[in-house]
Design a protein around this ligand. Structure first.
Ligand SMILES: Nc1ncnc2c1ncn2[C@@H]1O[C@H](COP(=O)(O)OP(=O)(O)O)[C@@H](O)[C@H]1O
Ligand SMILES: O=c1ccn([C@@H]2O[C@H](COP(=O)(O)OP(=O)(O)O)[C@@H](O)[C@H]2O)c(=O)[nH]1
Length: 320
């Protein structure tokens, strides 16, 4: 698990810095990062919001940003920047002004100016920053669609291992709910989804620390989509759809193979033919609707797991 702000090595530096960094830090490290991203190029070493490995919208990451900032402590600990008479690795607080070199005074003064500039920019940009933050705090959703056996679950497992996503499989949630003793929904699961009482909404609420969700096998038809829009509109952003595309024959073969050990009652030829029909008639039109919105990333899922994942990786890394 990622550490909190107070344990971030650079944030540690910030928090133990002299007083004039504190007002900015107290406002919020996230705002600080955004402001730096906006304009304080003097302190910027790389675009702070383009951290590709971690989740941009994971609140933990926002609290542990890869802050591209040198605090005064860090500057003093750089070779050649230590105040006269202090070792470069010490906490370096000179006892008298006379012991400060010209470069030390220069650095202190320029930091004062930077902080004044930072606060000025803060007041100018606060409304926009708050808006951007609230946008970023919304759960980000990626729908994962494709025929039965296209490899949705397999790829989701890989994504979760490599990136910070919570994986919600519509099918697994339904199966879980159906087999839960005392479930009031057992027989009513299909209706439950049709009516827009989507299991995902509750699950997303309960997992407050994760802000990126892969929703696998949903929405599969117009009712699902309608239900999603009714319940989730404005509460989550559908970033894009990963569409695993492969022929019905490949889908059937894979499911029959899976059926040898999955114990799934629907991994047999008879059920599969019906499932493929349902997929073609009901789910493909949903994918087409998202395609018209420019949100679909179509991946040739008939290749090996590694080849497919290479494409997935590419998409996730280019989409942020
Ligand atoms: N690219 C692939 N090549 C070959 N077999 C695959 C590939 N992706 C998944 N499989 C296998 O096909 C079956 C169905 O995959 P799964 O991820 O469960 O599909 P879905 O979630 O789309 O129904 C599983 O047995 C899985 O191991
Ligand atoms: O939102 C959903 C997701 C799944 N299902 C049902 O659950 C089955 C299995 O779905 P899953 O996504 O697990 O399997 P896949 O068809 O992708 O292999 C489907 O055929 C549907 O009958 C459903 O009714 N609504």
């Amino acid at each position: 698990m990622r550490s909190g702000l107070h344990r971030h090595p650079v944030c540690d530096g910030l928090l133990s810095s002299p007083w004039y960094f504190r007002p900015a830090v107290a406002l919020s490290p996230s705002i600080l990062v955004l402001l730096l991203g906006e304009g304080m190029s003097v302190l910027k070493r790389e675009p702070p919001l383009l951290h590709r490995e971690g989740p941009l919208n994971d609140p933990e990451l926002l609290l542990t940003p890869p802050l591209p900032i040198l605090s005064i402590d860090k500057i003093f600990s750089l070779p050649g920047h230590a105040p006269t008479g202090h070792s470069s690795s010490s906490s370096a607080e000179p006892t008298t002004r006379g012991r400060w070199s010209f470069i030390d005074c220069f650095l202190r003064l320029s930091e004062q100016f930077m902080v004044v500039g930072l606060l000025q920019r803060l007041s100018e940009k606060l409304p926009r920053v708050v808006h951007r933050l609230s946008e970023m705090m919304k759960p980000q959703v990626v729908f994962v669609l494709g025929g039965p056996g296209a490899g949705k679950g397999t790829q989701c497992e890989r994504i979760v291992k490599n990136y910070s996503y919570t994986h919600l499989s519509a099918g697994d949630l339904l199966r879980e709910e159906r087999s839960r003793t005392g479930s009031e929904f057992g027989q009513l699961i299909d209706t439950y989804i049709k009516e827009g009482k989507i299991a995902m909404e509750e699950t997303m609420k309960s997992d407050e620390k994760k802000f990126r969700f892969l929703i696998d096998g949903f929405p599969r038809n117009q009712d699902n989509l309608q239900g999603w829009n009714n319940v989730m509109d404005g509460k989550a952003d559908v970033k894009f759809v990963l569409f695993f595309d492969c022929s019905s024959e490949v889908c059937i073969d894979r499911c029959l193979e899976r059926g040898k050990s999955s114990g799934r009652t629907d991994d047999n030829r008879e059920s599969l033919e019906k499932r493929i029909q349902t997929y073609l008639q009901s789910t493909r039109p949903i994918i087409e609707q998202y395609e018209q919105q420019g949100k679909v990333h179509k991946i040739d899922a008939s290749r090996s797991v590694d080849e497919v994942f290479a494409d997935v990786k590419n998409i996730l890394e280019n989409q942020g």
